[in-house]
Design a protein around this ligand. Structure first.
Ligand code: SDX
Length: 440
C-alpha cells in the first residue's frame, strides 16, 4: 500500500492503494488526531473478492475511538488526552470514571454529583447474597465475578434497554458502583466471613477495602495510605484502548446484548493469564522462582523456543518500551511496603533482580520485553492482604469503567454494526456423506 498524497490530518482526502498481480484498488486513508493513519478496507471484499488476514489483530483498527490513546514506542498512555501519570498523581478513581464516561474532567459540582450518584448505587439486590450461596466456597473469585456480573441483568431489568440513553447511564453507574461490592462479596464468601454492606460516608476505595476487610467483631480502621494506593491502582487499570477484554465487550455489545451481559463477557476474557490473569500468574511465577539465585534457570526457560514458558508480567502487544503504568505501580508498591513496614519481601527482591536481569538480557532487549503493569501489582496486592486469586478481580473492578465507556461509545456510534469477521478457510472441500455402514 502507498498513500498517494500525505496531507495534514483533516485536509484533502488521502487514498491508499493495494495491488495484487495486475489489479489495483484504491481505498480512503483516514488520519486520527494522533497515532497511525488507517486504511479503510471495508469495501475490499466487495471490490476484490479478498479478505485481509490478521489473526490477533496486530495491524487492525477495529473502531474509531476518542477515549484512550497508547503510544507503545514512547510509553505514553492518555485517558481523554490526559497522561496517566498526572491522573494517578492528582486525581481519584471516580474522577477518572467521570472523565472516561463523559470525556471531560468534572467541575467540583459535577464531581460531587457523580460521587453521590455512584455511592447510592453501591448496594446490590439482597437476593444476590442468595445467588452467592450457590457457589462452592473454593470457587475461583473470577468465576464468581463473571457469574454475578452476568446475573445483574436478572435483577436490573429497568436498565437493559440499550436504545434508551437514560437506561444506558443508569446501567453504567450501577456497574461502576456494584462491581466492587460484588468483588468484596466474592472475597468474603471465599474466606467464609459475612458480607459487609457499603457505607455511603466513605470514598470509593476506602468503602471497597472496608467491605473486604471489616469484620463484625471490631471497628474497621481505614488506612488512608492503602486506600490511596488502591485508588491509584484502580486508575492505572481503568482503560487501555482496544485490548482483548474491551474488544470482547464491544463485540458482545454490537449484537445488542444487554450491558451487564457485555461486561460479564469482558470479565471472562480478562481472566486469561495472557491478559488480566497475568498479575496472579506473575506472583505465582515469583513464588515458583523463590530466590534470586534461581532466576537464571527461569530466564533460560523463557528464552527456550522449545519451551512455551513465558515470564509473566513481561511483554506487551503495544508497549515496546516501558509500560508507563508499571513505573507508577512500582512506586506504589514501595509506598505500600513502607506503610506496612515490610522491609525484606523476598518476592520483591526476586522481582527487582528479575527486572534488572531482563532489562539487560539480549533476548528481552531485542524482543522489547519490559515489565508490564502486572509485574508489580501482584506484590502490592499481596502486601495489602489480597490472596492471588483476587488479583484479577481487582483488575476487573477497575476495568469495568473502561469497558462501559467503550461499550457506550460503540452503542452511540451511528456507524456501528454487528461485528462479524470472516476467515481464511483451509478445511475439507465439498465431499459427499458416507453412511456409517460403509465407513471402515
Ligand atoms: C495486559 O492489550 C492490553 O492492553 C492488555 C493490558 C490491558 O491493560 O488491558 O495491558 C493488560 O494484559 C498486560 C499483559 C499481561 N500478560 C502477561 O504478562 C503474560 C506474559 N506476556 C506474554 O504472554 C506476551 O508478552 C503478551 C501476550 C502480553 C503479548 O504477546 P504478543 O504481542 O502476541 O507478542 P508475541 O507473543 O508475538 O511475542 C513476541 C515474541 C515471541 O517470540 P518469537 O516468536 O518472536 O521468537 O516475544 C516472546 C514471544 O515468544 N515473548 C516472550 C514473552 N512475551 C513475548 N518471551 C518470554 N516471556 C514473555 N513474557
Amino acid at each position: 500500500m502507498d498513500a498517494k498524497t500525505s496531507q495534514k490530518p483533516g485536509a484533502t482526502k488521502k487514498t491508499g492503494s493495494i495491488t495484487v498481480g495486475n489489479k489495483n484498488w484504491d481505498f480512503p486513508v483516514y488520519s486520527g488526531t494522533i497515532g497511525p493513519d488507517v486504511l479503510d478496507i471495508a469495501k475490499l471484499y466487495g471490490e476484490s473478492g479478498m479478505f485481509t488476514y490478521d489473526p490477533g489483530f496486530t495491524s487492525t483498527a477495529s473502531c474509531e475511538s476518542k477515549i484512550t490513546y497508547i503510544d507503545g514506542d514512547e510509553g505514553v498512555l492518555l485517558y481523554r488526552g490526559y497522561p496517566i501519570e498526572q491522573l494517578a498523581e492528582h486525581g481519584d478513581f471516580l474522577e477518572t470514571c467521570y472523565l472516561l464516561l463523559y470525556g471531560e474532567l468534572p467541575t467540583p459540582s459535577q464531581k460531587a454529583d457523580f460521587d453521590y450518584r455512584v455511592t447510592r448505587h453501591t448496594m446490590v439486590h439482597e437476593q444476590m447474597s442468595r445467588f452467592f450461596q450457590g457457589f462452592r466456597r473454593d470457587a475461583h473469585p473470577m468465576a464468581v465475578m463473571t457469574g454475578s456480573i452476568g446475573a445483574l441483568s436478572a435483577f436490573y431489568h429497568d436498565s437493559t434497554d440499550i436504545a434508551d440513553p437514560v437506561q444506558r447511564m443508569i446501567a453504567s453507574l450501577r456497574m461502576i458502583a456494584k462491581v466492587p461490592t460484588l468483588a468484596a462479596m466474592a472475597y468474603k464468601y471465599s474466606v467464609g466471613q459475612p458480607f459487609v454492606y457499603p457505607k455511603n460516608d466513605l470514598d470509593y476505595s476506602t468503602n471497597f477495602l472496608r467491605m473486604c476487610y471489616a469484620v463484625p467483631t471490631e471497628d474497621y480502621k481505614p488506612n488512608p495510605v492503602l486506600a490511596r494506593a488502591m485508588d491509584r491502582i484502580f486508575i492505572l487499570h481503568a482503560d487501555h484502548e482496544q485490548n482483548a477484554s474491551t474488544s470482547t465487550v464491544r463485540l458482545a455489545g454490537s449484537s445488542g446484548a444487554n450491558p451487564f451481559a457485555c461486561i460479564a463477557a469482558g470479565c471472562a476474557c480478562l481472566w486469561g493469564p495472557a491478559h488480566g490473569g497475568a498479575n496472579e500468574a506473575a506472583l505465582n511465577m515469583l513464588r515458583e522462582i523463590g530466590t534470586v539465585d534461581r532466576i537464571p534457570e527461569f530466564v533460560k526457560r523463557a528464552k527456550d523456543k522449545t519451551d512455551s514458558y513465558r515470564l509473566m508480567g513481561f511483554g506487551h502487544r503495544v508497549y515496546k518500551n516501558y509500560d508507563p503504568r508499571a513505573k507508577i505501580m512500582q512506586k506504589t508498591c514501595h509506598e505500600v511496603l513502607a506503610e506496612l513496614g515490610i522491609k525484606d519481601d523476598p518476592l520483591l527482591d526476586v522481582a527487582m533482580e528479575l527486572e534488572k536481569i531482563a532489562l539487560h538480557d539480549d533476548y528481552f532487549v531485542e524482543k522489547k520485553l519490559y515489565p508490564n503493569i502486572d509485574f508489580y501489582s501482584g506484590i502490592t496486592l499481596k502486601a495489602m492482604g489480597f490472596p492471588t486469586t483476587m488479583f484479577t478481580v481487582l483488575f476487573a473492578v477497575a476495568r469495568t469503567v473502561g469497558w462501559i465507556a467503550q461499550w457506550k461509545e460503540m452503542i452511540e456510534d451511528p456507524k456501528q454494526k454487528i461485528g462479524r469477521p470472516r476467515q481464511l478457510y483451509t478445511g475439507a472441500t465439498t465431499r459427499d456423506y458416507v453412511p456409517i455402514s460403509r465407513r471402515k
